[in-house]
Design a protein around this ligand. Structure first.
Ligand code: SAH
Length: 244
């Protein structure tokens, strides 16, 4: 008996932002694996086993999901937002590379609304021109590489969506990121702090980068640094479609 493995994105938080495709996969699942707070977003029901796990056990969790699928279970691995954006999809393929016996399993990746798109929509259209996304966590890459990418993104005049800006275990990084961007000449750019987008405690705030301070971000914040042309119109922020 062959089961299946689905990697699904739950969106930024609000039920209304879960795609129908993901809802259908969750309804058909026998097992849900993922980081505890994300698994907690799936309602328990008979016949469904929830497997919450710790945040840093991604590849182990992915291997467990593949094993369950090979035993005939209908397994869904959940990420917040989109599973391909700093989420579980890459961890599943990493686990698959290590375990060729599972490469014939039916595997699907279902997209979700990633935090930067939900945040950008709240702010207006700060990603309306060319942009990039950078994960500020140095758990899986060295900090100098993060600073290099920020410097080059600034030079290329991309708007920059920053995920994982700051956590209790990494209190310093975000301040250094802001300093690197100032040094790269971005002091006058608009920066939007979008916290807990689509949750009741949502807060959106935009300031000039020169006025931004590290304490304005936490682990539930997505930060968007505008490009050099980004501007305000009323309460909105947008990046004009034309570049000079
Ligand atoms: N796969 C997820 C990202 C996981 S990394 C996605 O596609 O959205 C976790 C980071 O995402 C957080 O530190 C934060 O920067 C951002 N994030 C996730 N949900 C968010 C929300 N509702 N509001 C603001 N930022 C969010």
């Amino acid at each position: 008996m062959t089961g299946s493995l689905t990697v699904a994105g739950l969106g930024p938080g609000d039920e209304a932002l879960v795609t129908p495709e993901v809802s259908a996969a969750l309804a058909a699942a026998t097992d849900i694996l993922g980081y505890g707070p994300y698994v907690a977003r799936v309602a328990p029901r008979e016949g469904l086993t929830l497997h919450p796990s710790d945040n840093r056990m991604e590849v182990q969790r992915a291997s467990e999901a593949l094993r369950l699928a090979s035993e005939g279970r209908e397994v869904v691995v959940v990420s917040s937002g989109d599973p391909g954006v700093f989420g579980m999809a890459a961890a599943v393929f990493e686990a698959l590379e290590r375990a060729p016996q599972w490469q014939t399993l039916p595997i699907r990746v279902l997209p979700g609304v990633t935090a930067m798109l939900a945040a950008a929509a709240r702010a207006g259209a700060p990603l309306g021109h060319d942009f990039c996304a950078v994960n500020l966590s140095d758990n899986l890459k060295p900090w100098p590489l993060i600073e290099k990418r920020l410097r080059l993104a600034a030079e290329a005049d991309f708007a920059i969506a920053m995920y994982n800006p700051r956590s209790a275990s990494r209190p310093e990084g975000f301040g250094r990121a802001l300093a690197a961007l100032k040094e790269a000449g971005c002091g006058e750019r608009l920066v939007t702090f979008a916290r807990a987008v689509s949750a009741p405690e949502e807060r959106i705030e935009t300031v000039r980068l020169n006025d931004a301070t590290p304490d304005m971000a936490d682990m539930r914040t997505l930060v968007i640094v505008g490009n050099s042309q980004s501007r305000r119109v009323g309460r909105w922020v947008y990046a004009p479609r034309q570049a000079r």
